[in-house]
Write a protein that binds this ligand. Structure first.
Ligand SMILES: C[S@@+](CC[C@H](N)C(=O)[O-])C[C@H]1O[C@@H](n2cnc3c(N)ncnc32)[C@H](O)[C@@H]1O
Length: 267
């Protein structure tokens, strides 16, 4: 079997597995529970979530992201390596959008851009709010490029961007006016960025999922967050760091995906 056919078969298997999982009752129950927890503990009104879901549908972002996903797959196939999109799911993106629509951040910060899925949903929310700025940090990995073995954390999911592209290449241009990107390891550049920004309204971790880096980012971001601000994190199940931090902060996580959760900072 040619490499291309093999990858397509793999993709078909992944889709079939996903469809089977979606039919499993406990997966559906979990998804419903996440949805009602988001409404009960943060958005407060089911109709508000429905309105935000409609806004994302009407924005045309979804077909744009699907097209970008196909372009990414072609780039990965051409390079012949094993790379991922590293992206949050559509459902997670809509919930992230809803949180930022409701919170109306003046200053939002995130780490981990890669191709730009979470960034695109966040910027779409800021555009709909007609206010706010998003500051992102990313240490990009280009598909097919050789890196020093120490350049990335070994447990990394190998999210890659197409050769010659920039982090966030799939973000529609019209959403980029509220965005600024700092390139580098978050361990090196996040403290300076936060110091420059002062008080922030939201923070999202989706960069290096080592316990040390997760802990480091939460500890940096939390004091900068205003009361009522939110700290989101992807891959919370990959290490104990998020749950330990939530315990220390005395906050109960709200899940918006299987591995994506957030904490609300109290007064
Ligand atoms: C999981 S991907 C981000 C996916 C993105 N949030 C989305 O939804 O499309 C992680 C990104 O963080 C980058 N990264 C890895 N280690 C990093 C570090 N120490 N500091 C900053 N970025 C890092 C990776 O190269 C990759 O671009």
């Amino acid at each position: 079997m040619r490499a291309l056919d093999f990858k397509r078969t793999q993709l078909a298997r992944t889709l079939v597995r996903g469809a089977r999982r979606a039919r499993r009752p406990h997966t559906i129950v979990e998804a419903r529970r996440r949805r009602s927890e988001l409404v009960r503990r943060f958005l407060r009104d089911r109709r508000v979530l429905s309105r935000y879901e409609r806004e994302v549908r009407q924005s045309g972002l979804m077909p744009h992201l699907l097209e970008a996903g196909r372009a990414h797959l072609a780039a990965v196939e051409a390079a012949g390596g094993s790379y991922s999109l590293g992206a949050i799911t559509y459902e997670e993106g809509v919930y992230l959008y809803s949180i930022l629509r409701s919170l109306r951040p003046r200053v939002a910060v995130e780490t981990g851009v890669a191709n730009g899925f979470s960034t695109a949903f966040s910027l779409l929310a800021l555009e709909a709010n007609a206010e706010g700025e998003l500051h992102s940090v990313d240490l990009p990995r280009e598909v097919g490029k050789d890196y020093d073995p120490d350049a990335f954390y070994a447990g990394e999911g190998r999210a890659g961007i197409p050769p010659g592209s920039e982090p966030g290449w799939l973000i529609p241009d019209e959403l980029k006016r509220r965005w600024s990107l700092v390139l580098g390891r978050s361990q090196d550049v996040l403290p300076g960025l936060l110091e420059r920004l002062g008080t922030i309204d939201s923070f999202m971790h989706d960069s290096e999922h080592s316990a040390e880096c997760m802990r480091f980012e939460y500890e940096q971001a939390w004091p900068a967050l205003r009361d009522g601000g939110v700290l989101l994190s992807d891959d919370v199940n990959s290490t104990p760091a998020f749950f330990e931090f939530a315990d220390r902060a005395g906050r109960e996580p709200i899940f918006i995906g299987r591995g994506l959760a957030f904490l609300v900072k109290g007064p």
